[in-house]
Design a binder for this molecule. Structure first.
Ligand code: NAG
Ligand code: NAG
Ligand code: NAG
Ligand code: NAG
Ligand code: NAG
Length: 393
């Protein structure tokens, strides 16, 4: 009997195989953009030592999980198995590099420029195009093993190639008053007002708009995290709520375009995987920012507005989507910050995991897949891009 149970358990384990992972991860802890002495040793907006440790640590965890436990990746670094890209921000590129050094400690990680992508599952996807453009542009200054995508080439993570979207977010064309009201409903009893007063005092400034509030709380979180302050998590909840609703307003298009740019490459990639499961590529790492992660999670239904539980996107928060082969068909497992969840909107009730083809279909229906339509909305690119979230008076 025991033997049979063992056999049964063994076969249950055997029939589920992770064949691919795409991971969206926010950069690790960074300094802020204020003139305060707390981050003396590191430039504004750069990864701090804590941020570096965080990314390395997560890489080490992935090594345990995907090299040893799930046996997805080889024990020695194989450049054909992993593609890692980041937005052009140094903190993202550094984060990705440390993450990979965590998966492959003390190993030689070769230069991304030397690889070929033949037969890869990213074939004919927007991701491939963006990588192609970047490799053609910058053959000489590539930093192994991660590719930072210059904002001029970035057509899915960053908004700079979509003028209308960029303007909408950066010039507060969304309904910021309405969002402020939502925030007060989510965090009631004058909480927002007292945070605002506290920030105004600490940072010696008057906070007169949602942007002032946001910029200051963003800076404050960097300091709190740096000091291991127990309230860090609460402030992160507030910040994440703002980001996840930063398209609030009567016009649904900017939000749809933002999500479509971010998610349509996923549809392309998953469709390729459906047809060709034997690609040597096993892991796609995408290092980006809290705005993208928060909005993506909300679209997937992770932030259930009716749930009393609180959610947040922290430094180094990560959304992993595993493609799992089970009984010869492909399924998806969603993991946010090491916890599994199921995007109900995109999968039938009752299943443990999402079915890949169903997910692709429903995701397609939820966004704009017509590239021309997106282009038309975008109305060109931002010519110059040199600013970060900064206090604007
Ligand atoms: C910080 O200081 C620099 C140089 O002293 C100044 O140019 C910059 O405007 C200051 N930034 C802020 C946010 O106060
Ligand atoms: C990327 O470059 C390769 C090699 O030049 C080419 O075969 C492929 O079609 C390109 N992909 C895209 C999406 O442009
Ligand atoms: C606060 O800011 C004002 C100018 O806005 C300045 O005069 C004052 O010295 C600042 N106070 C502190 C404690 O830095
Ligand atoms: C949340 O609750 C409201 C009122 O009970 C309901 O109409 C709405 O559909 C719920 N939303 C979700 C996402 O469950
Ligand atoms: C942007 O919009 C303006 C005004 O509608 C139009 O004249 C222009 O051709 C558009 N530019 C692009 C690149 O689509």
């Amino acid at each position: 009997m025991q033997f049979l149970l063992f056999l049964l358990a063994f076969s249950l384990v055997k029939c589920e195989e992770t064949i691919f992972v795409v991971e969206f991860i926010r950069h690790g802890a960074r300094s802020h953009f204020e003139n305060r002495s707390i981050f003396e040793d590191v430039g504004q907006g750069e990864l701090t030592q804590k941020g570096e440790a965080q990314m390395l640590q997560i890489g080490l965890q992935r090594r345990q999980e995907y090299v040893f436990k799930k046996r997805l990746l080889s024990e020695r670094y194989n450049q054909r198995e992993i593609i890692a890209i980041a937005t052009f921000k140094n903190r993202c590129i550094m984060s990705g590099e440390l993450f990979l050094r965590g998966i492959y400690p003390l190993q030689d990680i070769e230069n991304i420029a030397e690889r070929t992508y033949d037969g890869y599952t990213i074939e004919n996807t927007l991701i491939e195009k963006v990588i192609n453009d970047t490799l053609t542009d910058q053959k000489t200054c590539l930093r192994a093993p991660i590719l930072g995508i210059p904002f001029q080439n970035d057509h899915f993570m960053h908004t700079s190639n979509c003028l209308n979207l960029h303007t909408y977010l950066n010039q507060d064309l969304f309904d910021h008053q309405g969002l402020y009201e939502l925030l007060e409903v989510k965090f009631p009893n004058g909480m927002i007002n007292s945070i605002s007063k506290e920030l105004s005092h600490t940072y010696n400034r008057s906070i007169t708009s949602l942007r002032h509030f946001f910029t200051t709380i963003d800076a404050h979180i960097a300091e709190l995290y740096h000091m291991d302050h127990p309230h860090t998590s609460f402030y992160q909840q507030v910040e994440c709520f703002i980001l996840a609703h930063n398209f609030h307003g009567p016009n649904p298009l900017p939000e749809q375009i933002f999500l479509s740019r971010l998610l349509s490459p996923l549809i392309e990639l998953f469709s390729n995987l459906q047809m060709k499961q034997m690609s040597s590529l096993k892991y796609l790492l995408i290092v980006l920012h809290d705005t993208q992660l928060s909005n993506m999670l909300r679209h997937l239904g992770y932030f259930d507005p009716n749930q009393t539980s609180t959610y947040k996107v922290r430094f180094a928060s990560s959304l992993r989507i595993e493609i799992v082969k089970m009984d010869e068909s492909l399924h998806l497992r969603f993991i946010f910050d090491n916890e599994e969840f199921k995007p109900q909107k995109f999968c039938s009730e009752g299943r443990i995991m999402c079915e890949l083809s169903e997910f692709i279909q429903r995701l397609k229906e939820s966004i704009i897949t017509d590239a021309d339509k997106i282009k038309e909305f975008c109305n060109g690119s931002v010519e110059q891009f040199d600013f970060e979230i900064k206090y604007k008076s």
